[in-house]
Design a protein around this ligand. Structure first.
Ligand code: TLP
Length: 345
């Protein structure tokens, strides 16, 4: 990359090994279930998540949508956080396309939903009210700073949900970042969830795709929903091949992204005009704001940074999100800090 792109880990390009695997991939028609590379990716993904089956989908958004529509019928309700990606950034797909009602409860700063809040949000069986069917969690939690949810917290939510006859869906777009940061397996983090989506196209660098995992029966239902959404792809093995390389080679190195995020935060903390969020970074995201005395807003600062070949995410009038990934090395971190220092003058 010829500029330093900290807007997201979604900007990552496929690695040379991925491009080679894509060129060589054996393929078939995946709508007939005949693409050997897709089938292999789905099996690998299910194994990594500790689930029976997997379904390759074009995006994390479609993975969450297919999952929620497979768990809930029209008029049913999902309990989710008011900062959940599914609530904020998926264009309202669950209600627009699935007629699923959402009950938003506050995300606590550590990304969790308080058990008490979940308990009180579960509806009684009253014909005036929608039926609660599902609780959705997110790990790592994007808008809560990229913080990881522990396996024990997720287990508590799972126990509560299952005791009430509800299911749990986990938006694990960055579950491998959480697993690497906490030194546990992704399967352990996903165990209490009935379904989990994770993304191949973020920190794992694949160009396209996510995998939704769950029980064989659940994936059968989600498969039908994927078809309804137009997500049945044909020789998708070309894409799945990159996903296999991602799972084989790109998971453990996420630790480098986390340490680059720490160096970035440390460097930026020496610039008096910048205020870093307490605790940032938890994984590969650094959140910060402009100090009151800075006479520019975040968009103006971002435009000046672009002139220095550094791109950052603007997530509020005076707030930024910087995300580290495979294409951000030590030198890029130093150059980004220097660019911030320069544009503050
Ligand atoms: N998040 C993107 C933007 O949409 C904000 C990003 O740059 O972080 N779940 C979570 C937790 C996500 O962060 C994202 C993407 C998704 C789902 C959706 O994945 P895609 O972009 O593949 O549909």
């Amino acid at each position: 990359m010829d500029y330093i792109d900290l807007r997201s880990d979604t900007v990552t390009h496929p690695t040379p090994a991925m491009r080679a695997a894509m060129a060589e991939a054996p393929v078939g028609d995946d709508v007939y279930g005949e693409d050997p590379t897709v089938n292999r990716l789905q099996e690998m993904a299910a194994e990594k998540m500790g689930k029976q089956a997997g379904l390759f989908v074009p995006s994390g958004t479609m993975g969450n949508l297919a999952a929620i529509l497979a768990h809930c019928g029209r008029g049913d309700e999902v309990i989710l956080g008011n900062k959940a990606h599914t609530f904020l950034y998926e264009a309202g797909g669950i209600s627009a396309l699935g007629g699923v009602h959402s009950c938003q409860i506050p995300n606590q700063p550590e990304g969790i939903l308080a058990l008490e809040d979940i308990r009180s949000a579960i509806r009684p069986n009253d014909p005036h009210q929608p039926l609660t069917r599902l609780i959705a969690l997110e790990n790592t939690h994007n808008r809560c700073g990229g913080v990881s949810l522990t396996a024990s917290y997720t287990r508590e939510v799972g126990n509560l949900a299952h005791s009430q006859g509800l299911n749990v869906h986990l938006d694990g777009a960055r579950i491998f970042n959480a697993a690497v940061a906490m030194g546990v397996s992704a399967a352990e983090l996903a165990a209490p969830a009935d379904s989990v989506t994770f993304c191949l196209s973020k920190g794992l660098c694949a160009p396209v795709g996510s995998v939704l995992c769950g029980s064989t029966d659940f994936i059968r239902s989600a498969h039908r929903v994927r078809k309804q959404l137009g997500g049945g792809m044909r020789q998708a093995g070309i894409l799945a091949a990159a996903g296999i390389v991602a799972l084989e080679t790109m998971v453990d190195r996420l630790a480098d992204d986390h340490s680059h995020a720490k160096c970035l935060a440390q460097g930026l903390s020496s610039i008096p005009e910048l205020i870093l969020d307490p605790g940032t970074p938890y994984t590969n995201m650094v959140f910060l704001s402009l100090a009151q005395e800075v006479p520019f807003n975040a968009s103006q600062v971002a435009a000046r940074l672009t002139e220095q070949n550094v791109r950052v995410g603007v997530v509020g009038a005076r707030r930024f999100r910087l995300v580290t990934h495979y294409w951000i090395d030590d030198e890029a971190v130093e150059r980004a800090v220097e660019a911030f220092r320069k544009v503050m003058i």
